[in-house]
Design a protein around this ligand. Structure first.
Ligand code: NAD
Length: 503
């Protein structure tokens, strides 16, 4: 039986990773690791093998109260919101350096926990998080209000102040656990807020590591608390807690709607980053062979577990079959395997339940009559692997086209002209992202403003930059992350009117 348990003997992990993964994992409150009040834990499994990896404390509402109280105290009376902006900025720069110095450790933990290729975890997730941290650190010193021109005349002076919103309750999913944790926490800290973070029960470990690094960087205790556990027992009480001032959620549209309703009960400010079914629109002037690899990355990066995944491909008729041919070659040759193997291009899915869900959509695609054009490969049955899958000749009413699958499954169809493709991509409840593939500038400039999506990429899909706002139209969410728009979401505006006229 022993070989069914994580032994830490994997030659591809460092001793630091082994030490971290095999140690006790509790809640992180007031700078201390502690068990849940109930003493309960939940199990975590390694996606590449299906073996047990570790157990983590399972929080309930009592633990949520403790964590929120700690963040409340840290905000109401602690040093963080009272520090100078320059002091906060410096601490966050230090945090960015620590993230970078720990990149291999964080990446290996992430790969063991949720399966993604370690190279992607390290060179994309962790390194981009360090850049993001530096970008947001810089905002700490630039949160200016403005002077207004009051019409009341001389003797009256008006200005605005930007003040931190308060205690933030933040919930993240499992697809980019470390990046999402950074996105939720660091902008809020730069604004002077304090945070209670609940990571997904499928990938909690790197959030716990982030909390430790924050302390090491000089973030005072209580400013960042992490509660681990599931949505119902830990997530829901956090979002409904009357002592949080801001609810910031990334996850599915279904859960996001519930959180939005709970937040309104207390008039808690809310940001929701939700699901998508993002189209990749290929115009007839594109060269199929030269874009095939990037299109494939648009859907198969992170095994399709990307909110902005280019999961819907629409190709202009005259190059439709050529694009499918080139894309299928790339998909059939992708190296699928364990994330710790550095030759792996696509890892397993994050959990057994999610693998089964994605497989059920592949079966549904066959039943709905879509044309399966990728080869059905033999996958290692122990891990949560799914073949890169492409369905051609899909119609817009198929469920595989309208619903978010969140796996390595692409649904493709052809279109005649621009009016048709614009109307078809907008006929979706989602509006997160889209990409246009063409060198015809006039057509690109015509289509871009007509697409109902928060992000439009041209000749690329999925890149992200800390400076460029990220978020969705319609059922893909409310609010933006990244850029000054994200910092703004953690601030309240206070208007000040001073009467300095002689009385
Ligand atoms: P999910 O909604 O099931 O879970 C997300 C988080 O919410 C987890 O931490 C979970 O424990 C928690 N949760 C679940 N039920 C809850 C409840 N009732 N109250 C409070 N919290 C609850 O989503 P998931 O499966 O973890 O992630 C995949 C989804 O996330 C996809 O829909 C994807 O598109 C979306 N996503 C969106 C973005 C974005 O920025 N727009 C980024 C990444 C993922």
């Amino acid at each position: 039986m022993t070989q069914h348990f994580f032994t830490g003997q994997n030659p591809n992990i460092t001793t630091e990773t082994k030490a971290f993964v095999t140690r006790y994992h509790g809640l992180f409150i007031d700078g201390q690791t502690m068990p849940a009040a109930s003493g309960e834990t939940f199990d975590v499994f390694e996606p590449s093998t299906g073996h047990w990896l570790t157990s983590i404390a399972a929080a309930n509402s009592e633990d949520v109260n403790r964590a929120v109280q700690s963040s409340r105290n840290a905000f109401d009376t602690g040093p963080w919101p009272r520090m100078t902006p320059a002091e906060r900025e410096l601490i966050l720069f230090r945090l960015a350096d620590l993230i970078e110095q720990n990149k291999q450790l964080i990446a290996e933990i992430e790969t063991l926990d949720m399966g993604k290729p370690v190279i992607e975890a390290r060179d994309i997730d962790v390194m981009e998080s360090a850049s993001y941290c530096r970008y947001m650190a810089g905002w700490a010193t630039k949160l200016d209000g403005r002077v207004t021109q009051l019409s009341a005349g001389p003797g009256n002076f008006g200005y605005t102040r930007k003040e931190p919103i308060g205690v933030v309750g933040a919930i993240i999913p499992w697809n980019f656990p470390f990046s999402m944790a950074c996105w939720k926490v660091i902008a809020a800290l730069a604004a002077g807020c304090t945070v209670v973070l609940k990571p997904s029960e499928l990938a909690s470990l790197t959030s716990l590591k982030l909390a430790e690094l924050a302390i090491e960087a000089g973030v005072p205790t209580g400013v960042l608390n992490v509660i681990t556990g599931d949505g119902q027992n830990a997530g829901a009480p956090l979002m409904a807690h009357p002592s949080i001032n801001k609810a910031s959620f990334t996850g599915s549209t279904a859960v996001g709607k519930m959180i939005g309703k709970a937040a309104m009960e207390n008039l808690t400010r809310v940001t929701l980053e939700l699901g998508g079914k993002s189209p990749m629109i290929v115009l007839g002037d594109a060269d199929p062979a030269s874009i095939a690899e990037e299109l494939a990355a648009g859907i198969f990066f992170n095994a399709g577990q990307v909110c902005t995944a280019g999961s819907r491909l629409l190709v202009q008729e005259k190059i439709y079959e050529d694009v499918l041919l080139e894309l299928t070659k790339v998909a059939n040759n992708l190296v699928v395997g364990a994330g710790l193997d550095e030759s792996t291009q696509m890892g397993p899915l994050a959990s057994l339940a999610h693998k089964e869900k994605v497989e059920s959509y592949i079966n549904l695609g066959r039943e709905e009559g879509a044309r399966l054009i990728t080869s059905n490969r033999d996958m290692d049955e122990n891990g949560y692997y799914v073949s890169p899958t492409i369905f051609a000749d899909c119609t817009d009413t198929m469920r595989i086209v309208t619903e978010e699958i969140f796996g390595p499954v692409l649904v493709a169809s052809s279109f005649k002209d621009i009016d048709e493709v614009v109307s078809r991509v907008n006929n979706s409840s989602f509006g997160l992202a889209a990409s246009i593939w063409s060198n015809d500038l006039k057509k690109v400039m015509d289509i871009t403003p007509r697409i109902q999506a928060g992000i439009v990429w041209v000749n690329t899909h999925n890149p992200i930059d800390a400076s460029l706002p990220f978020g969705g139209f319609k059922h893909s969410g409310i609010g933006r992350e990244n850029g000054p728009e994200q910092i703004e979401a953690y601030l309240e505006t206070k208007s000040v009117w001073i009467n300095h006229a002689d009385s």
